[in-house]
Design a protein around this ligand. Structure first.
Ligand code: HEC
Length: 112
């Protein structure tokens, strides 16, 4: 699921930089939906017995985690309305898309 988000995010970047905003927007909405599904993939009872890189703090700070996920989802929707008129496409993608990946990974994902 996260890997898919990653490849989708890269396609968003490619389409946006080529000016193919309609295609990019469709993918942004897809990602936004994806994040909402992900919120449900970390239910209370999955913290044990799975081979996962997700840190246990996720379950200690479930509200914060869900809030970050929700923000990531909301920002993808915002992105659909700002991207076309953005002067700095790359910077805008960074602000509304990539920064959310980083914000969450820094806190909730183990180093490799
Ligand atoms: C709200 C939290 C959160 C956000 C936002 C988030 N991630 Fe993640 N990501 C995680 C967690 C937690 C894991 C570890 C999941 C696991 O191992 O079960 C992960 C794992 C991954 C992985 C490794 C997947 C795998 O199969 O090993 C990739 C790639 C990834 N994220 C990409 C992204 C990208 C790209 C974005 C933004 C476009 C993003 N993530 C946004 C929390 C987040």
């Amino acid at each position: 699921m996260f890997s898919k988000n990653y490849s989708t995010a890269k396609r968003v970047q490619v389409f946006s930089s080529k000016g193919e905003f309609e295609k990019a927007k469709k993918l942004m909405i897809e990602m936004s939906e994806n994040y909402k599904v992900l919120i449900d993939l970390f239910p209370e009872n999955t913290q044990e017995g799975f081979d996962t890189e997700a840190l246990l703090t996720i379950w200690d700070e479930k509200d914060d985690f869900n809030a970050l996920m929700q923000k990531a989802s909301d920002d993808m929707i915002k992105l659909t309305s700002v991207i076309e008129n953005a002067e700095d496409i790359k910077g805008t993608l960074k602000q509304f898309m990539w920064s959310n990946c980083k914000a969450c990974h820094n806190r909730y994902r183990e180093e490799h």
